[in-house]
Write a protein that binds this ligand. Sequence first.
Ligand code: HEM
Ligand code: HEM
Length: 225
Amino acid sequence: MLGNSSNGYGCVSRVVHWLAVILVASAFGLAWVMTEMASSPEKFRLYGIHKSIGALIVALGLARIAWTAAQPAPPPLGELAPWQRAAAKAVHGLLLLWLVAMPLSGWLMSSAAGRPVSVFGWFALPALIGPDRPTAHALGEVHEMLASLGLLLIGLHVAAALWHHFVLKDGTLRRMLPCRLGGCGCDDGACGGPPEGRSCGCGGHGGGSGDGSGSCGCGGKGKDA
Ligand code: HEM
Ligand code: HEM
């Protein structure tokens, strides 16, 4: 199943989600290492990789926004209070915007600093604005602030995902995992809530483990992600 359904995320959403997570983690990791290094060719090599990864993230973020517009996310699982649904929706929307705004601020900063932005040496991105030192400095501050905001959003988002998985014991995390890594709902079936009292069907084949063990038996037997 490539697209999302009312039961869960399709293959494209799942793969793009985890690809974005890997790229964002790499951009943060490189940023923290490179900004601590003394000036050297190695430092500037890492700057280049950081910017190249950021460029991939802008492209991925835009693609993700277009995909989400065409393929609405499935409704949340479980019995959530209205404020929890609204908070989840707001955080997801902000994360999507952040995926574009964060690297865009870096690209603007490099343009204002008069520095080229080459994507892994394959091609160069055009400068978005002309060189101007004070603007470059201000955009550096914006880049740093957006980084902190991103860490806050990601922290809230991860805490919510873990709360669903370990406390509510519903299929929220598993329906975002690639099918081969234990994801559920891979064949357009429901990927439901906790085993006791509510349904926990993975792949639409019924009521989860149902053994009161707290596990939602989704077994990773999917086929498309
Ligand atoms: C999601 C993507 C990105 C993330 C998460 C990210 C994150 C960061 C972080 C945390 C820093 C350190 C800030 C500080 O403490 O000064 C940084 C620095 C930097 N970033 Fe990014 N960045 C991203 C994309 C980009 C892009 C696309 C560019 C340029 C095209 C870029 C250019 C830079 C530069 C030049 C610095 C060094 C600033 C300095 O030396 O003060 N970043 N980035
Ligand atoms: C760079 C970090 C991350 C970003 C930018 C991000 C972004 C997003 C976005 C935008 C969505 C909504 C999907 C949509 O509307 O199509 C989403 C959903 C989801 N993410 Fe993340 N995510 C990140 C990290 C993580 C991590 C580390 C986890 C796991 C611990 C995670 C677990 C989930 C889950 C379970 C959903 C589905 C929520 C639901 O079904 O309501 N995410 N993520």
